[in-house]
Design a protein around this ligand. Structure first.
Ligand code: NAD
Length: 432
C-alpha cells in the first residue's frame, strides 16, 4: 500500500519505517527541512535501539523516502497518517491541536482520489469529527474517511512495540476503511496481535484512558513506597505481592521518580481538560497529576536530608537524566525539575547520560556533562541514579571512586541494598 506519515518524529518515523519494512511504500513528511535532509543522508534524529539499521535498510531498497513536500506526498498516497505533536496548550491543560488542524487544512487542499486519513497522534475525543468538518469544507464525503488509530509504542522499545503490539485499535465509522486497515495490519495480527475495531470516538478515548490508567499505577506504587519508607518494608516485596494478582498485573509497579516523558504528563492533563468540557469530574486522574507534580519535591527533600541540608557547593552527580532508559527524550523528565532547584541552592552538578550532552541545562551555570561515568562520579558528595540505564547496573563504585567513599541515592532501585552497601559509604533507595 502507499502510505504517507505526516510528522516524522518518534511516532511518524518509527511507524513509517516499520510499515515500509512490512512491504509498503512509505513517504515520511516533515516541515522541518533540516530533519528531512539529515534523514536523507542517513542521520537519525532520535536515539531508539534498532531504528538506524531499519531506516537505512528500507531507504536503500526504496520503500522508504523522506520529503518536505506535503501536497505531493498526499497525492501519491492512499493512506495518510497524521503523526504531528499534540502538546499541552500554553495557557491551560488542554491539548494544543493547532498542528493537527493545520495538517487537516493542508490535506483538504490536496485530495485527488479516495484517501483514508488517520490520526495516529494522541487526540481528544471528538477531534476526528473536527478534522472531518475541516476537510468537508473543500472535499466531498465520498472522497475521504477519517479514522482513529492511536499508537501505543513506548520510547526505547518502539520498534518491538510496533511489530508486536498487544492490540491494534481502529476507530472508524466506515466499514470499507476498517477492512483496508485490517489488511494493512494483517502481518501483525497474523503473529497474534489483537485487532480491535470500534467507532472513532471510542478509539480516541481508549488512548487517553490507557495512559491515564498507567500513570495512575505508577503514582499509586510511588505513594505506597512512601509508606514503606516509614514502616521498614521493601516496596519490591509489595510490587511482587500485588503484581502476581492477575487482576492487577506486575507491570508499571516500579517505584521511582515522578513519571515524565512526552505522553503521560500531557495526556493526563488533556483527558481531565476534555472531561471538564463535558462537565465530568475525573477526580482520580486529578489526584494522580497532583501527586506526581509533588513527587520531585518529595525526592528533593530526601536529597536535602541525605546531605544534612547543606547543599551549597556540594558536588552532586546524576547518572542518567532522560525520563527513562533507552531514549534520548528529555521531555518532562524529572531531572529537569530537580537539577535547577539543586543549582539554585548552590549545588554543583555533573551528569552522565549514555545519550550524551543535553542542551536543556545550557542556561544553568553549575551543570556540567561528563563523557564518562568515572568522570561524573569522581569527587562527588552524592551520586543520584536517576535513570535505569543498563550501563549503571554493573558499576563497581568501590573501584570507581578510589579512596573516597560514596553516598548513593538510587531512585530506581537498581541495586540490592545488601550487596551495594559493601561498596559505598551510604546507600539510599526508594521505598525500602
Ligand atoms: P514529535 O514532536 O517527536 O514529532 C512531531 C513531528 O511533527 C515533528 O518532527 C514536527 O516537525 C512535525 N510536524 C508538525 N507540524 C507539521 C506539519 N504541519 N507538517 C509536517 N510535519 C509537521 O512527536 P511524537 O513524540 O512523535 O508524538 C506525535 C504524536 O504521537 C503525539 O500526539 C503524541 O502524543 C503521540 N504519541 C507519542 C508517543 C511517544 O512515545 N513519543 C507514543 C504514542 C503516541
Amino acid at each position: 500500500m502507499k502510505l504517507c506519515m505526516i510528522g516524522t518524529g518518534y511516532v511518524g518515523l518509527v511507524s513509517g519505517v516499520c510499515f515500509s519494512d512490512l512491504g509498503n511504500d512509505v513517504i515520511c513528511v516533515d516541515r522541518d527541512e533540516n530533519k528531512i535532509s539529515q534523514l536523507k543522508q542517513g542521520n537519525i534524529p532520535i536515539y531508539e535501539p534498532g531504528l538506524e539499521e531499519l531506516v537505512l535498510k528500507n531507504f536503500k531498497n526504496k520503500r522508504l523516502s523522506f520529503s518536505t513536500n506535503l501536497k505531493d506526498s498526499i497525492r501519491k498516497s492512499d493512506i495518510i497518517f497524521i503523526c504531528v505533536g499534540t502538546p499541552t496548550k500554553k495557557n491551560n491543560n488542554a491539548a494544543d491541536l493547532s498542528q493537527i488542524f493545520t495538517v487537516a487544512k493542508e490535506i483538504s487542499k490536496s485530495i485527488n482520489k479516495f484517501k483514508i486519513i488517520i490520526t495516529k497522534s494522541t487526540v481528544p475525543v471528538t477531534t476526528g469529527d473536527e478534522i472531518e468538518k475541516i476537510i468537508l469544507k473543500k472535499i466531498s464525503k465520498k472522497l475521504f474517511s477519517v479514522v482513529s488509530n492511536p499508537e501505543f509504542l513506548r520510547e526505547g522499545e518502539a520498534i518491538r512495540d510496533f511489530i508486536y503490539p498487544d492490540r491494534i485499535i481502529i476507530g472508524s465509522n466506515d466499514k470499507k476503511s476498517t477492512q483496508i486497515l485490517r489488511s494493512l495490519y494483517s502481518p501483525l495480527t497474523s503473529k497474534g496481535s489483537k485487532f480491535v475495531s470500534t467507532n472513532r470516538r471510542a478509539a480516541e478515548l481508549i488512548k487517553y484512558a490507557s495512559n491515564a490508567f498507567l500513570a495512575t499505577k505508577i503514582t499509586f506504587i510511588n505513594e505506597i513506597a512512601n509508606l514503606c519508607e516509614k514502616t521498614q518494608i521493601d516496596i519490591e516485596d509489595i510490587s511482587i505481592g500485588i503484581g502476581l494478582d492477575k487482576r492487577i498485573g506486575g507491570r508499571f509497579l516500579r517505584a521511582g521518580p515522578a513519571y515524565g516523558g512526552s505522553c503521560f504528563p500531557k495526556d493526563t492533563k488533556a483527558i481531565v481538560s476534555t472531561a471538564d468540557k463535558f462537565n465530568i469530574n475525573l477526580s482520580v486522574i486529578k489526584s494522580v497529576i497532583k501527586s506526581n507534580t509533588q513527587r520531585s519535591d518529595l525526592l528533593l527533600k530526601r536529597v536535602y536530608e541525605i546531605l544534612n541540608n547543606r547543599i551549597k557547593n556540594k558536588k552532586i552527580c546524576f547518572l542518567g537524566v532522560t525520563f527513562k532508559a533507552n531514549t534520548d527524550d528529555m521531555r518532562d523528565s524529572s531531572s529537569l525539575k530537580m537539577i535547577p532547584k539543586l543549582v539554585k541552592k548552590g549545588a554543583k552538578i555533573k551528569y552522565y547520560d549514555p545519550t550524551g550532552f543535553k542542551k536543556d541545562f545550557n542556561k544553568l551555570k553549575d551543570v556540567r556533562c561528563s563523557s564518562t561515568i568515572q568522570d561524573a562520579v569522581n569527587g562527588s558528595d552524592l551520586v543520584i541514579i536517576h535513570t535505569e540505564w543498563n550501563d549503571f547496573k554493573s558499576i563497581n563504585f568501590k573501584k570507581l571512586s578510589g579512596s573516597k567513599k560514596l553516598i548513593i541515592f538510587d531512585m530506581r532501585n537498581i541495586f540490592l541494598p545488601t550487596k551495594i552497601k559493601k561498596q559505598v559509604f551510604k546507600y539510599f533507595s526508594i521505598g525500602r
